[in-house]
Design a protein around this ligand. Sequence first.
Ligand SMILES: Nc1ncnc2c1ncn2[C@@H]1O[C@H](COP(=O)(O)OP(=O)(O)OP(=O)(O)O)[C@@H](O)[C@H]1O
Ligand SMILES: [Mg+2]
Length: 259
Amino acid sequence: MSTKFVIDGLKAEIEGKEILKGINLEIKGGEIHAIMGPNGTGKSTLASALMGHPKYEVTEGSVSLDGEDILEMEVDERARAGMFLAMQYPSEIPGVTNSDFLRSAINARRGEGNEISLIKFIRQMEGKMKDLEMNPEFAHRYLNEGFSGGEKKRNEILQMMLLEPKLVILDEIDSGLDIDALRIVANGVNAMRAEDRGFLIITHYQRLLDYITPDYVHVMMQGRIVKSGGPELAQRLEKEGYDWVKEELGITDETVGQA
Ligand SMILES: Nc1ncnc2c1ncn2[C@@H]1O[C@H](COP(=O)(O)OP(=O)(O)OP(=O)(O)O)[C@@H](O)[C@H]1O
Ligand SMILES: [Mg+2]
């Protein structure tokens, strides 16, 4: 079955301040959508709100994945339904090894009674780690503790590959990656492209999109998607910045923080 993810009129606030001011977006299976936009325009807030981060209160709109109401679900239920977020700043969890974390996450996604066998899990994890050119010792280290910036990002992609989500959100997965790691991570994403999987990729740089070709590019300002286009839009932004978009739309302050 082909996947369909729909965001309709989504508004969200934090501590009484509205950050998302009506987001509309439809992602079909097989599609890669990139979201770009200046700092502080609501991109990470969108990612967090979609995953059900408790700090963000959704006040209006709907979100569905294959017809299921995502906003009604708890965070773990969203993950089980197939939602995945690679965070801009992954958390460190001392005391929990990476492999224990990965196995619990996989089993949570698979559901009770359908747990993965230890042998199969280890085989899969080792295989994907090899694809991502990760040192096997990362399986036994505490989750993200002392990982370098690039190691954290690679580890997020490892999670994605093992969890096989239906809707993948990557928030600045390219930040902190060296040139070789960028290529490896992009290969990992490309290998996961499938008819039953959609991608929402938040990035500041065309560089990532040289490796992962998006079908659509959206620009976020003031907590809204203010412009959409194809890959050429990202190329123009890389060359010319955001001033022309702001001028075209009569926007003076693109952030959502003030107002
Ligand atoms: N937990 C929070 N408490 C207070 N303000 C917040 C919180 N989360 C987000 N905001 C505010 O919401 C606005 C949007 O933040 P967000 O992180 O979504 O921006 P962004 O588009 O991801 O920016 P960047 O490109 O810098 O990552 C900012 O002004 C930010 O300070
Ligand atoms: Mg952000």
